[in-house]
Design a protein. Structure first.
Length: 263
């Protein structure tokens, strides 16, 4: 067989490394190294060695609960809706907020007519609220949900509320639809939950808006120490704007990549 037609030389370690990155890129949650080893069938030792290299080169990043995509990976991605890319962007933003404010940070997203809790990063001295009711039944009682409802078009907001009961989760929950709509219409650019979801806890949320993305970024604080001052809201808004710009840029890159692929 002529040399030009011979099978190309394949580097097994490169193939295995790319497989690991691909799995992380398509996961909606951080993945522990042991899980990656189990999925790929690689030995733990081989998996750890490949992961160390990928982290060193910036293609993966190690979080307390597992691996996410690193800062260098998005230059190769083609869609902002790639779950791993979206998670990596969100995780970085939540960690920025947690470290700066010292409070647990959350991000929720509106997709296919429903609210979804995307990710949480815990603050060491302010652990997460016990999420005893899911977002699908508590959007009206959370800052995360109320901010997204505010950002929806009127017909989408009314459609959502027509499909979800406004359960009274605490004595402070707004369970009357008309009252809730009035409350949403008077938004000042952020949403607040004052013990409406859980007694003893308050939250404040701000919008995260990008092409194809309607989401909200929030922090939780004990109700007796929650000081809703301008500096706190400003910090959240600055992080949310950075995340919105990053997701918007990702969408533009994705569109550009698609166009180039069609040529």
């Amino acid at each position: 067989m002529p040399a030009a037609e011979a099978e190309p030389t394949l580097i097994g370690s490169v193939q295995r490394a790319l497989r690991l990155v691909d799995i992380v890129a398509n996961s909606a949650r951080p993945l522990p190294v042991k899980t990656l080893a189990a999925i790929t069938g690689l030995t733990p030792g081989t998996t750890y060695n490949l992961i160390r290299t990928l982290i060193h080169e910036g293609y993966l990043a190690n979080e307390p609960d597992g691996l996410v995509l690193g800062a260098r990976f998005p230059t190769f991605r083609t869609s902002v809706d790639s779950r791993g890319v979206f998670l990596a962007r969100v995780r970085a933003a939540l960690r920025d907020v947690t470290e700066e404010v010292g409070a647990t940070a959350y991000l929720s997203r509106y997709s296919d007519g429903e609210m979804h809790l995307v990710d949480i990063v815990d603050a060491a001295r302010s652990p997460r609220i016990d999420l005893w009711v899911g977002m699908d039944s508590s959007a009206h009682a959370t800052a995360l949900g109320k901010q997204i409802l505010t950002d929806l078009a009127c017909d989408e907001r009314l459609d959502y509320l027509s499909r979800h009961r406004l359960e009274e989760l605490t004595p402070r929950t707004i369970s009357d639809r008309r009252t809730l709509l009035t409350h949403l219409e008077h938004s000042q650019g952020f949403a607040v939950d004052r013990e409406e979801y859980s007694i003893g806890n308050s939250c404040v949320a701000v919008p995260v808006i990008a092409p194809g993305v309607t989401a909200s970024l929030a922090i939780s604080l004990p109700a007796d120490s929650a000081a809703l001052d301008g500096a706190l809201v400003s910090t959240l808004q600055q992080t949310a704007r950075r995340l919105s710009l990053q997701l918007g840029a990702d969408a533009l890159i994705g569109e550009g990549s698609g166009a180039q692929g069609d040529i």
